[in-house]
Design a protein around this ligand. Structure first.
Ligand SMILES: [Zn+2]
Length: 87
């Protein structure tokens, strides 16, 4: 689920519509960021996943996907995929 008040340019989330408007009309405009939503899987992310998944094992694919979906996430603190899915 995307943040309620997210800047369409840089995807920063703001607590209110007023702050979003202030952000959008600020004298120094934020930079446009593409393909980097805060949450959710976009078409661009899916495309990258498909492109990167060639010639990799199932486990490598999963790790790659995890890192793409949760940048900066600590993989050691999260469950690994069921081993039966990797066969
Ligand atoms: Zn912005």
């Amino acid at each position: 689920m995307l943040p309620r008040y997210a800047c369409p340019r840089c995807h920063v989330s703001l607590p209110s519509n007023e702050q979003l408007n202030a952000h959008l009309t600020a004298s120094s405009l934020c930079r446009v960021r593409e393909g980097e939503p805060l949450e959710g899987v976009t078409a661009e992310t899916e495309r990258q996943l498909r492109k990167r998944n060639r010639f990799k094992t199932e486990e490598e694919k999963w790790l790659q996907m995890y890192q793409l979906l949760f940048p900066g996430g600590n993989i050691a603190a999260n469950p690994t995929p069921c081993k039966y899915l990797l066969t």
